[in-house]
Write a protein that binds this ligand. Structure first.
Ligand code: FES
Ligand code: MG
Length: 584
């Protein structure tokens, strides 16, 4: 450091990013240090110690992340103990339970918020506290685009839901309860009671929904400490993991272990394949495609199909199976699961622990082979994960979660019944006069990235009431929407390009015939090209309410389609951690 520096006898941490602030010459360094001293910090706090941000997606509007303030305190203990200096900060949060039209609309905003906050501040590393579905990918995306040492801790799943002697799962059981209520099988009191019994502890959804999926997948991609993703939110070992994460991030700064060294093509392959073995959420497709584009890794929609054909589902978890995350943890958790997969995953990828994937899990055991199955007795055979279908209805692809679908509907030809809006469908779904049979294919459009906007989780359309009452439990449904990771059914999702962007989904009409053939990966509309071209004439993009200004306008103008991950086009890539010019 310069001899002009006040207190120049000190080691300001040559090489630390934060030294550009706290070790700066003259009044600049004075200003940076002085104001921060108002937080009660001793003068040696800023001399050579790694400064660690704790990004917190805590919000009382995001119930799944409500305990992250407390978890942050454990992270701080670990950081101080290792000689670092922690600063916790809030960002935009995005909770599934409340945000309309969908928390997905805020994922990129949250990522951008984190990215800009990290870059603008004297941070040498960051611990990311996330949990609810979108918060985890948002933080990974933002951190990846800055590329300072980053360690994720997810909040952990809720304890199992317990209702009248049985287990009930977040989301998955909501669909079952509400369908049973619509079919007149249970009364309102039962539904009210179930509401309280399902979400009975802190944490994110305890099914293998998007939150558990992204937590586990990010661990297997190397961004979380090994063996931690499935620890229940209220388990004291999660607090310990947070403490250890605090210690570890300080070492990561010393080792310069950045996301770009961890998030390699092999790490993404591990994520894609682990997702298949978990029976994980279709939302992982969108999030990993977006994250890959942040770090410049080539990952395509088709990878989610072709990379997983030899991977069985071995986690018997709702919605694809029977158990919940608490059971998964006690059965051996992510460590037992990873070790079971053996060479189906790359063992030599680097992780935040500083060790390889293989070293992290060597010797881990499974204690309940009902929950984490051996490879030779899987829940679903290899090749029953996500399938990518294409055809004249989805030229850039669509996805089907085979493990959550009905086997007999995976090959199906039927008459299309088409609705232009979700509301129009929902209004008709309860109409006893609706002309519909179980063989029809329900099509709802304009629920994609631009159309809704944010591509809500409505693809698992509730079945028409008259069919529910007749005992029908599944039908083929097609849309440009997503579906919740906790839901199930023979549902064709993420149709790209979406209808609102002029994709052929905009052109299908009630009465057309559609063939879904998952084994041959095709989705075909039996209407010839000339007729489709004629229908396209005169098509106009639907007006999206609220899109005249603000975030929604920016979003609609720049959001990419489902096969590219719904990032904003200008957020793809990285700007690194360059330190901006000083203000004084
Ligand atoms: Fe937040 Fe499921 S609603 S994790
Ligand atoms: Mg969800």
């Amino acid at each position: 450091m310069s001899a002009k520096n006040l207190g120049s006898t000190h080691d300001w941490g040559e090489g630390l990013r934060s030294a550009k602030w706290f070790g700066a010459d003259g009044k600049t360094g004075f200003m940076h240090r002085s104001w921060m001293r108002s937080e009660g910090l001793p003068d040696d706090t800023f001399r050579g110690r790694p400064v660690i941000g704790i990004a917190n997606s805590w919000s009382e509007l995001t119930s799944c992340n409500i305990h992250l303030r407390v978890l942050a305190e454990h992270v701080k203990r670990g950081i101080w103990q290792a000689g670092g200096v922690p600063f916790e900060f809030p960002t935009t949060s995005a909770g599934e339970p409340l945000v309309r039209p969908t928390a997905m609309l805020l994922r990129n905003l949250m990522a951008m918020d984190l990215e800009e906050t990290l870059r603008a501040n004297p941070l040498d590393g960051v611990v990311l506290l996330a949990g609810c579905d979108k918060t985890t990918p948002a933080y990974l995306m933002g951190a990846a685009s800055v590329d300072i040492p980053s360690l994720l801790i997810t909040g952990g799943p809720m304890l199992n839901g317990k209702y009248r002697g049985g287990d009930i799962g977040s989301g998955t059981s909501v669909w079952r309860f509400t369908e049973a209520y619509r079919a007149g099988q249970i009364d309102e009191a039962a539904v009210t009671e179930a509401e309280g019994c399902m979400a009975r502890s802190q944490g994110h959804c305890m099914t293998m929904g998007t939150a558990s999926t992204m937590a586990c997948v990010s661990e297997f991609m190397g961004m979380q400490l090994p063996g931690t993703a499935a620890l229940p939110a209220n388990d004291s070992r999660r607090s310990t993991a947070a403490h250890l994460a605090g210690r570890r991030i300080v070492e990561m700064v010393e080792e310069d272990l950045r996301p770009s060294k961890i998030l390699t093509r092999e790490a993404f392959e591990n994520g894609v394949r682990a997702n298949a073995a978990l029976g994980g959420s279709t939302n992982a497709v969108i999030h990993l495609l977006a994250l890959a584009r942040r770090v410049g890794v080539e990952l395509t929609l088709d990878d989610f199909d072709t990379l997983v054909r030899d991977v069985p589902v071995i986690a018997d978890l709702m919605p694809s199976g029977r158990f919940l995350m608490e059971d998964f943890e006690y059965a051996g958790g992510t460590a037992g699961f990873a070790e079971t997969l053996g060479d189906l995953l790359h063992r030599d990828t680097l992780t935040v622990s500083g060790k390889t994937f293989g070293e992290n899990y060597a010797g881990a055991e499974v204690y309940n082979p009902e929950v984490i199955r051996p490879l030779d007795n899987p829940v679903k055979a290899p090749g029953s994960g996500i399938a990518v279908v294409r055809g004249n209805l989805a030229p850039r692809g669509a996805v089907v979660k085979q493990s959550a679908a009905s086997e007999e509907l995976l090959t199906h030809t039927g008459r299309a019944l088409v609705w232009d809006t979700l509301d129009a469908y929902l209004a008709d779904a309860d109409d006893p006069e609706l002309e519909v049979t179980a063989d029809d294919i329900l099509v709802v459009r304009n629920v994609g990235p631009r159309g809704y906007p944010g591509m809500p989780e409505v693809g698992n359309l509730p079945l028409p009431r008259k069919l529910l009452e007749a005992g029908v439990t599944d039908m083929v449904r097609i849309s440009d929407a997503r579906m919740s990771g906790t839901s199930y059914g023979t549902v064709v999702l993420h149709v790209a390009p979406e209808a609102a962007a002029g994709g052929p989904l905009a052109l299908v009409r009630t009465g057309d015939t559609i063939t879904l053939d998952v084994p041959s990966r095709s989705l075909h509309l039996h209407v010839d090209d000339a007729e489709l071209a004629a229908r396209k004439t005169g098509w106009v993009a639907p007006q999206v309410p609220g899109s005249e200004r603000g975030w929604t306008r920016l979003y609609i103008e720049h959001v990419t389609q489902a096969d590219e991950g719904l990032d904003l086009d200008f957020l793809q890539g990285s700007s690194g951690a360059a330190v901006g010019p000083q203000a004084f």
